[in-house]
Ligand binder design. Structure first.
Ligand code: S3P
Length: 167
């Protein structure tokens, strides 16, 4: 059984995932890192030279690989939920948790980092709002949602372990 973290960019998946992995003594994997390893290039280069559809296919392969693992904390790229097949595969071998945050929090957490091609636009807050809105239904499909706006990554990890009965 795995723990799977999904949710929008900047919702805290990496920070919370590393804490969970540390507490459980499990490995931590990130589907973005699997994509970069498989493809041999950075996500930003995949978007700019091969395009988003190519990235989504590569992401689906990475998700399938991650879902085949066991006792692993898996963090998914924020758009992995867009394909129902990705979530179906992850749900078969893991408990899927969705981290949520407001557009303002997401902007504050992502603004100093330019490795997210979808947010490299003139008005990132507007883009965040639009993407969040268009993905809302997909995120809501997850069994367990947690808002990370006002709590630390440690606290989020605590709540997840509690909810999953793993404390
Ligand atoms: C994306 C999220 C990113 C990465 C890519 C696309 C998205 O992952 O997969 O830039 O569509 O939301 P993080 O959520 O880990 O930043």
């Amino acid at each position: 059984m795995n723990i799977v973290l999904t949710g929008f960019m900047g919702s805290g998946k990496t920070a919370v995932g590393r804490i969970l992995a540390d507490r459980l003594g499990w490995p931590f994997v990130d589907t973005d890192e699997i994509v970069e390893k498989n493809e041999g290039i950075k996500i930003s280069e995949i978007f700019s030279s091969l395009g988003e559809p190519y990235f989504r296919d590569a992401e689906a392969r990475a998700v399938a690989q991650a879902a085949g693992m066991d006792k692993t904390v898996i963090s998914c790229g924020g758009g992995a939920v867009l394909r129902a097949a990705n979530i179906d595969a992850l749900e078969k071998t893991g408990r899927v948790v969705c981290l949520m945050a407001s557009p303002e929090t997401i902007y504050a957490r992502t603004r100093h980092n330019d490795d997210r091609p979808l947010l490299r636009v003139e008005d990132p807050v507007k883009k965040i709002r639009e993407l969040l809105e268009s993905r809302r239904e997909h995120y809501k499909r997850c069994a367990f949602l947690i808002n990370t706006d006002d709590i630390s990554a440690e606290e989020v990890a605590d709540r997840i372990l509690d909810k999953l009965g793993m404390k």
